[in-house]
Design a protein around this ligand. Structure first.
Ligand code: BGC
Length: 374
């Protein structure tokens, strides 16, 4: 119990008063699989913590940041973990879960591909007495034991607020036409981001300060499809003045289309995830902003919860968030997103999220210097 409290405090969760540990009497680590003897991070063959990430294409984070920070947290706690990726395939997602459960994982951490397949996995886990943490994306009507994410409406608000500033700075003549390229309808986060940005943009449309342009969801956050959708949008509305793109991948798809028309840099585009590509687009003046979500904080929070559950504790987390479909209240650990523009781009380097080498490649060295990255 003492150990668990130390771990929670280390993750900054106790200090924030969001999480307390409840010992249910089980011996820490006594899960019957002798986890302590297992090499950290190596597949144990039985037991441990299983993590399923959604894909490797919709955002850089799923193949690099999330696995790296989650693995580090499990390694530090010497808890065996298997981190796998469904590569965008819902059947594969379910198969991977089946495999991990057959392996005897004690806890499952999932970032779903859609709520239907997510729920099937949660039902399967529950039938075997395994706790589930929804990671980053809530499985609607899923019934996970915990949800760890960001304030996703705030992500959208930051995007729209900065798009407004960028449009103002561009001094577009006439009333700006704003297009929205949303994430995947199957991802509850995409809905929350949109709720957030529309709460800022709708009043602008209503008061005729902006003209509402095309507004479309991109299936599976697919960047190639995003490019095609935006190319169509621009064909129909050649006078688009600003684009609310839901993440850096979609933002880059938009920028590629704008580049073909030599419109890049003139039409502000938003993003999310502080990917190297998104940050370089900001340095080049092609992208207005991105949203930095500290994946380390999110991964640490999820790993800390998972480790407590693995040890047989039942962490008490507050506040709770309502699952809009089932009406159930799910214990929720939330982190704050940060808007990044060229002015504070250094933040992501200072935070160790992106290295200077990765960002300031030859082509971007001068722009990095101008942005104050030493
Ligand atoms: C995540 C974003 C990511 C998007 C596409 C969302 O659920 O919150 O960080 O860009 O999925 O993978």
């Amino acid at each position: 119990m003492r150990k668990s409290l130390v771990a929670l405090a280390a993750a900054g969760l106790l200090a924030s008063g969001m999480l307390t540990a409840c010992d249910d009497g089980a011996d820490p680590g006594d899960n019957g699989d002798n986890g302590a003897a297992t090499t950290p991070g190596k597949t144990s063959g039985k037991g441990g913590i299983g993590v399923i990430l959604p894909d490797t294409k919709s955002s850089q984070r799923w193949s690099t940041d999330d696995p790296r920070y989650l693995q580090a947290a499990f390694d530090a706690a010497k808890v065996p973990a298997q981190i796998v990726n469904a590569e965008g395939d819902k059947e594969n997602f379910k198969r991977l879960a089946e495999g991990l459960l057959d392996d005897g994982v004690k806890v499952l951490v999932i970032a779903n591909l859609d709520s239907g397949s997510g729920k099937a996995v949660i039902d399967n886990a529950k039938a075997r007495g395994v706790s589930v943490i929804d990671y980053d994306r809530m499985t609607l009507n899923g019934g996970a034991d915990y949800y760890v994410s960001f304030d996703n409406e705030q992500v959208g608000k930051l995007q729209a607020t900065h798009l407004k500033s960028c449009l103002k700075a561009k001094k577009t003549s006439g009333t700006p036409v704003v297009a929205e390229l949303n994430g995947s309808l199957t991802d509850n986060n995409a809905t929350l981001f949109k709720n957030g940005y529309d709460s800022v943009l709708q009043p602008m449309y209503d008061s005729a300060q902006y003209i509402k342009g095309p507004d479309q969801f991109v299936p599976d956050w697919d960047n190639d499809e995003g490019r095609e959708i935006f190319a169509q949008m621009l064909k129909q509305f050649p006078n688009i003045d600003g684009v609310l793109a839901a993440n850096d991948g979609l933002g880059n798809a938009v920028i590629e289309v704008l580049k073909e028309k030599k419109l890049n840099g003139r039409v502000p585009v938003t993003g999310q995830d502080a990917t190297v590509e998104g940050l370089q687009n900001i340095l080049a003046g092609d992208q207005c902003m991105t949203v930095y979500k500290s994946i380390k904080k999110e991964a640490d929070a999820a790993a800390t919860l998972a480790i407590e559950l693995y040890k047989g504790n039942k962490p008490v987390v507050g506040p709770k968030i309502k699952d809009p479909e089932s009406g159930a209240y799910v214990p929720f650990l939330s982190q704050a997103p940060v808007a990044i523009t060229v002015k504070n781009i250094k933040t992501v380097i200072n935070d160790g999220f992106v290295t200077k080498q990765a960002l300031c490649t030859k082509e971007y060295q001068q722009l990095c210097r101008e942005a104050g990255i030493k």
